[in-house]
Ligand binder design. Structure first.
Ligand SMILES: Cc1ncc(COP(=O)(O)O)c(C=O)c1O
Length: 452
């Protein structure tokens, strides 16, 4: 294929030329030149069961042969019903009603709209705004961009949604320069302060990724954080949306990331590992208390419809993927392999001063790079450390993803590692070896000197 003649509007670089990916098997993908890459981010935290699992393709083909589409205003399908049943069985206690979406952004749109409908039905129609967190990403639609806190996605497109943001629970770069537990969870308290300042009568929900994915590279809040968030949401009568686009369906070693804390959300939005990337789909899971209010409310219809949401072939793919995960115990495997990989990365950090922090749960692992391991001071943004590490790793046959900004402003470098749950220990070793070689190369090429 002649890349110069491409008609594609590439999402992440207008003048870039990309390798053409052709096939994949397990944790490896191959480009048209025959180069092999270890997929250290599972697409973008999407691929859970690995690339090239034939039985998923067969389930999709079977469904396509039987029925390709159903208008959801008039019909349901068996496969949609079965998938909803399977998701309800996996979800936290009391969360049983599923609205399907086409992906992460549409799932978060539906979640926030349902939160508003919930309050309309309860006679509080002014509760329309959503509180998000800095260092977060919730999607590319106008409303989900406004919920997002990452300065890198917000910087150019400013919409008039007036959605507030609270501080991030990032202990390694604490926004308050405090230490847990003496901090008394000031970052969670910020929700109460913000609600007081912003008027809780105008707020419908707080949205947060239980463990922050791409925008923060696996930032894990401290113990007690979500328990406190839950208390504050209840005290101020706002809903808690657990945004599990990345963490949902096993990635953190539990069905849902929020299950690492003792807090049941009102709504969960989840997508990526649901279908492991075999087809686009998203799910919004409602707690019975939200569902009952909507069901017994004044409206006969609450539209959550996107034409392709709950598409039969996507449902068939997701159902086959979830059956495959259950049959092969892949969520337990994800937890165990995550521990192994984190241990290997921690050992690398012991000998590599550039690595300040290794964090995460399951196979959602972040590595933060610093100039000074004592003060956690990062290199300046214009060093382009993250970008160079990601690019060099790609040249070396390892796909990873990285972002900037760990504290206030653009400085700070971190990468996220989220391979398919089927990665073996040998493949984890290979991933760490390539990363170690990449870091050594980048330190030399950028002339980086760490404070030791
Ligand atoms: C945490 C999080 N939320 C939302 C989204 C948006 O999902 P989508 O790109 O499927 O719309 C993403 C995408 O990467 C994400 O990582």
């Amino acid at each position: 294929m002649e890349k110069a003649e491409s008609h594609v509007f590439y999402a992440m670089g207008l003048n870039n030329s990309y390798p053409v990916l052709e096939s994949g098997k397990g944790v490896y993908v191959y480009d048209s030149e025959g180069k092999r890459y270890l997929d250290g981010i599972g697409g973008t935290h999407v691929v859970s069961i690995g690339h090239g699992v034939e039985e998923i393709g067969e389930a999709m083909a079977e469904q396509a042969k039987k029925l390709c589409f159903a208008n959801k205003a008039q019909f349901t399908t068996e496969v949609q019903e079965l998938l909803a049943e399977a998701i309800a069985a996996m979800a936290p206690v009391g969360m049983n009603r599923i609205a399907f979406a086409t992906g992460g952004s549409t799932a978060n749109e539906i979640a926030s709209q349902l939160a508003q409908y919930y309050y309309k039905e309860r006679g509080k129609p002014k509760k329309q705004r959503i509180i998000g967190r800095w260092h977060s990403y919730h999607g590319r639609t106008s409303a989900t961009l406004a919920m997002s806190g990452s300065m890198f996605v917000r910087k150019e497109l400013v919409y008039n949604f007036d959605f507030p943001h609270i501080q991030v629970p990032h202990c390694y770069q604490c926004p308050y320069k405090l230490t847990y537990p003496n901090c008394q969870l000031a970052c969670a308290e910020d929700l109460a302060t913000t609600l007081e300042q912003e008027n809780p009568d105008t707020i419908a929900a707080f949205i947060a990724e239980p463990i922050i994915g791409g925008a923060g590279s696996a930032i894990v809040p401290p113990p007690g954080y979500y328990e406190k968030i839950r208390e504050i949401c209840d005290a101020y009568d706002i809903l808690f949306i657990a945004e599990e686009i990345v963490t949902g369906f096993g990635r953190t070693g539990k069905n849902f990331g929020i299950e690492h804390w003792d807090a049941i959300p009102d709504i969960i939005s989840a997508t990526k590992a649901l279908s492991s990337g075999y087809a686009p789909i998203g799910a919004v899971i409602l707690h019975d208390r939200v569902w009952t209010t909507l069901k017994n409310g004044t409206r006969k219809v609450i539209p959550t419809s996107f034409t392709y949401a709950g598409h039969p072939i996507s449902c068939a793919a997701a159902l086959a993927v979830q059956n495959y995960i259950a049959k092969h115990n892949l969520i337990e495997q994800c937890a165990a392999r995550g521990e192994y990989l984190k241990q290997k990365l921690t050992e690398l950090a012991d000998r590599e001063p550039l690595i300040g922090d290794v964090r995460g749960k399951g196979l959602l692992i972040g590595v933060e790079f610093v100039r000074d391991r004592v003060t956690h001071q990062p290199f300046p943004f214009n060093k382009q450390l993250t970008k160079t590490i990601v690019k060099t790793a790609l040249d070396n046959g390892l796909i990873i993803r990285g972002r900037n900004g760990t504290g206030i402003g653009k400085d700070g470098d971190h990468i996220l590692i989220s391979p398919p749950f089927v990665i073996t220990e040998r493949e984890c070793d290979e991933l760490v070896e390539i990363l170690a070689a990449t870091i050594a190369q980048v330190k030399q090429s950028l002339n980086l000197v760490c404070v030791e």
